[in-house]
Write a protein that binds this ligand. Sequence first.
Ligand SMILES: Nc1ncnc2c1ncn2[C@@H]1O[C@H](COP(=O)(O)OP(=O)(O)OP(=O)(O)O)[C@@H](O)[C@H]1O
Length: 310
Amino acid sequence: MYKLTGVSKTYSNGKKRVDALQGVDLTIDDGQLVAIQGPTGGGKSTLLQMLGALDRPTAGSVLLGDQDLARASAARLTKLRASEVGIVFQGFNLIPTLTAQENVEAALVPLGIRKAQRRERAAAALASVGLADRAAHRPAELSGGQQQRVAIARALVKNPKVLLADEPTGNLDEETRDEIVALLEGLWRDQGLTLVIVTHDSQVASRAQRRLQLTRGALREAGPGKNAATRPAPAADEATAWSRPAERTAVEPAAVEPAAVEADAVAPPVPAAVEPAAVEPATRDADAVAPSEPVTVESAALEPDPETSA
Ligand SMILES: Nc1ncnc2c1ncn2[C@@H]1O[C@H](COP(=O)(O)OP(=O)(O)OP(=O)(O)O)[C@@H](O)[C@H]1O
């Protein structure tokens, strides 16, 4: 799935330089459940951004399959994020003006999937996270745990190969944390996803197959977790209505809303206004109400569907 070789990331703010990652080598196999722990500022989110095609390293290579994310164009990274990688953040990053159903559907807009299919797949994804009865609620009308479930449904509705979660339980109480971890674990086990969770919480990390520790930008193996011997299902099957491969191959690139794609394609990989959770830690609290998808997706999602409005 992933092969990282000599990955370094240096942030420069004027004269100040921060070496967030220093020569990281890492292989993650298809279908693995990996937890990344470490002290604050150790480089966990930075590493997740490399895995999620949200940013490029300063040096080294980041292979996702046979594609090197360190060298891919911004347009290619945008496509990868839209189709192959699902990301869940601590602050949920739902669009506040959209319902749960619309938030999930919005992830399918850049893939050019038709409205009727978007609706069907989003409903199935929401049902899979136990929220079928909350589809019409806006984020403010949902609990933190329910909002995170919507975010998980949004990440999974596009049928990604890999799900990345950056402190997915950081804003939740213990009971809700356990529910969300059980949900992620179940989705991983049943769908054959590759799942990478960044967490400060040892309880969460303990559920992984494999634990990694990242300290001052240096990565080391930290031993197996409770699921080390679990063998998940090899791949999603037909029972998961939102993830039928046939629908993905039927996607017409030309059907992608041009504004949404081009706005992202010409911008740096991590435009602050578009993917705020990818920016520096100090701004993350504000992300709870900020969209993680390009802003243009929101308007595209709300546009009347030519099929139904004609
Ligand atoms: N966009 C940025 N510009 C400048 N420095 C940054 C940026 N993003 C991260 N850093 C710095 O890089 C280092 C690693 O940050 P990172 O967010 O990856 O750590 P972390 O392990 O995820 O921390 P935390 O657990 O607190 O979220 C820190 O010193 C941080 O201040």
